[in-house]
Design a protein around this ligand. Structure first.
Ligand SMILES: NC(=O)c1ccc[n+]([C@@H]2O[C@H](COP(=O)([O-])OP(=O)(O)OC[C@H]3O[C@@H](n4cnc5c(N)ncnc54)[C@H](O)[C@@H]3O)[C@@H](O)[C@H]2O)c1
Length: 250
């Protein structure tokens, strides 16, 4: 077990999140809870979400499909009523479903944008006024190095993930005057249950090891640790930037 940092500034903070029921998001929820923060998250997976809330002190959730923006807004409002206005927003939820570029329809394209990108903007729009009223906040958008590595097989996902960087940069400018920081955390290949079940063949793992400078597979906890740092006051002068957690994946 690693001995990780404690951030006194996170104690008692209110964290809103998307996609906290599994994978990297679940690790982020656990990380914030361990720091003494209050966490409210939105997720489609009712069972996984319930298990996370039951397992952690100070964690609550609402079940919602983030593709439905009215449901997203209602979910955030319900969480706000329970745990107060947000200090931190982590836009984490996404789905890296594979698709053949020849078979993508306009409806599928739109669905991927709604799954991987659109809700991030509307979550920011929902919480930023509260953060401004509190004198500042931290917003963390989850990117991916897949598009940067020119990874193929999921053009709509990769395009949405590339756009996350643009969203971060432009919102960092608009919200910076209210001392709201906006950053992108950029994971490499992270060994979540979904990745292990669906894509982690021996050949794929070997190819990944060859791409990384560091030889070890990346556990989700390392992405969570970067998120905690960016949410904390230790990162008070960090905004509009990318923070890679990819073991030097070239
Ligand atoms: N795992 C990796 O290797 C990797 C690499 C690069 C980037 N990322 C990014 O990290 C973030 C987390 O990914 P993960 O690997 O932990 O994924 P995951 O599939 O394990 O977890 C995603 C969570 O989001 C929820 N979710 C998905 N679509 C939703 C919707 N429409 N409404 C509500 N909830 C929804 C899921 O139920 C799930 O709990 C994503 O933004 C992903 O793009 C992951």
């Amino acid at each position: 077990m690693q001995d990780f940092a404690t951030y006194p500034s996170l104690r008692g903070r209110t964290v809103m999140m998307t996609g906290g029921a599994s994978g990297i998001g679940a690790e982020i929820v656990s990380g914030f809870a361990a720091q003494g923060a209050r966490v409210g998250f939105l997720d489609l997976d009712a069972e996984g979400a319930q298990a996370m809330s039951e397992a952690h002190e100070g964690v609550t959730h609402e079940v919602c499909d983030l593709r439905d923006i009215d449901a997203l807004k209602a979910g955030l409002a319900a969480l706000r009523a329970r745990i107060g206005p947000a200090d931190v927003l982590v836009n984490n939820a996404a789905r890296d479903d594979r698709h053949d570029w020849r078979e993508v329809t306009a409806d599928y394209w739109d669905d991927r944008m709604n799954t991987n990108l659109r809700h991030m903007f509307f979550a920011i729009q929902s919480v930023a006024p509260d953060m401004a009223a509190k004198g500042g906040g931290s917003i963390i958008n989850m990117g991916s190095n897949s598009w940067w590595e020119a990874g193929g097989g999921f053009p709509a996902y990769a395009t949405a993930k590339a756009a996350v960087h643009g969203l971060t940069r432009t919102m960092a400018r608009d919200l910076g005057r209210d001392r709201i920081r906006v950053n992108t955390v950029v994971p490499g290949w992270i060994m979540t249950e979904r990745q292990k079940e669906l894509w982690a063949t021996p050949e794929a793992l070997q190819a990944q090891a060859a791409r990384q400078c560091l030889p070890d597979l990346i556990d989700p906890v390392y992405v969570a640790r970067m998120v905690l740092f960016l949410a904390s006051d230790d990162a008070a002068m960090c905004s509009a930037n990318n923070y890679m957690v990819e073991a030097g994946s070239i």
